[in-house]
Design a protein around this ligand. Sequence first.
Ligand code: FAD
Ligand code: FES
Length: 396
Amino acid sequence: MDAETSGAPVASDAAEAERIADAFLAGAVGGPTARRAARFHTLDVAEVRPLTDDAVEVTFAVPDELAGDYDYLAGQHVALRVQLDGQELRRSYSLCRPPRRGAISVAIKRDVGGRFSTWAQTELHPGDRIDVMSPQGSFTTRLEDLDGRHLVGIAAGSGITPLMALATTVLARSATSRFTLIYTNRSRTDVMFLDDLADLKDRYPSRLALHHVLSREQRAAPLLSGRIDEQKLNTMLDVLVPPDTVDEWFLCGPFELVQLCRDTLTARGVDRRHIRHELFTTGEPGQAMPNAGRPVTVAENEPVCHIRFTLEGQSATVDSPRSAHETILNAALRVRPDVPFACAGGVCGTCRARLVEGDVRMTENYALEPDELERGYILTCQSHPTTESVVVDYDV
Ligand SMILES: Cc1cc2nc3c(=O)[nH]c(=O)nc-3n(C[C@H](O)[C@H](O)[C@H](O)COP(=O)(O)OP(=O)(O)OC[C@H]3O[C@@H](n4cnc5c(N)ncnc54)[C@H](O)[C@@H]3O)c2cc1C
Ligand code: FES
């Protein structure tokens, strides 16, 4: 047995990933880009494992009866919901392990001044129970035709989490696939999954190319030291990963890095459809203060917009006063508290729905890809009706 195929955990991960992917492809649990019911269930925290001084991996136990709700594709994310100081907080976290039965794991890095991530770092313990939404998101790849394909991930900081799941799954799933990972951090002590990545490299020495870039530490190779700017990125594309050898790109990190990578790749002729990105935050101050659920009252004879929406097969209508300039999500929450959302800032895509009738103005969109926009998808947390009535469908 060679180094690339040995190791029991890989075999079981691969088999489980394959089973779940096949179920998706067969339409059993909805596709990676298809809508699945976004429901919260309360799960037990099974393990909290320190990854660095300011990051933890949190594993939740998934009971058999909920297995179907938590099947996922590598690259997807969940929303966690807690009440802190009498206020509900919802935050999204990418699933960091390849799909397996009985457990899901996220990796949470503490954001300085961040409420949820600081709480998770200091207060979350095995045995605690918190609300976890079923996995969502389309930052994933088609698993059925990986043979001979070369995928590249560029990640910064906690942006490694979906790429850990993707790289592990892709390499385990096809013996002829390749993965290149460029992972940038400030210093070695900030690197999440340092040992897991080294193990993955040992397991797939010829098919995984792993490049750690440290912005505040000198590495032997100057190319892997310092911030990634346009010049450095272009050199990396010349030397480490020529774009014409790559089938699909996955970018996950701060807005500026993702934008730099997207622009540089596009300028070098990479088809935009082969570049996927996931943002964790826009870096905009105030984005951390969503207004979903803001109370709005409708006065008599006030001009309104009629909003009709379908969620989990059931339709509902709600009137939104024109003067309130509220979003579809905000209005819909008045009549259906289970309408899905997490960031309420246009970043996570959890509130995605298809516009069936009418028109809207979308304030921000950091989540939907051009092909989703073309197919009529909108982020309801960012969409303000501009016609007298609108109809949206959360189920498609
Ligand atoms: C799809 C998706 C996947 C994600 N996956 C991961 C993941 O795998 N791992 C991970 O660690 N994170 C992930 N995130 C980010 C995560 O959801 C949270 O945004 C992050 O943990 C910070 O949450 P928090 O509550 O700790 O910070 P918040 O309290 O929301 O604060 C965020 C930042 O804003 C600052 N801030 C807060 N209030 C103000 C204010 N009034 N004015 C100015 N600045 C302010 C804080 O200091 C902090 O730096 C993901 C996000 C998305 C959308
Ligand atoms: S709830 Fe996150 S994009 Fe709308």
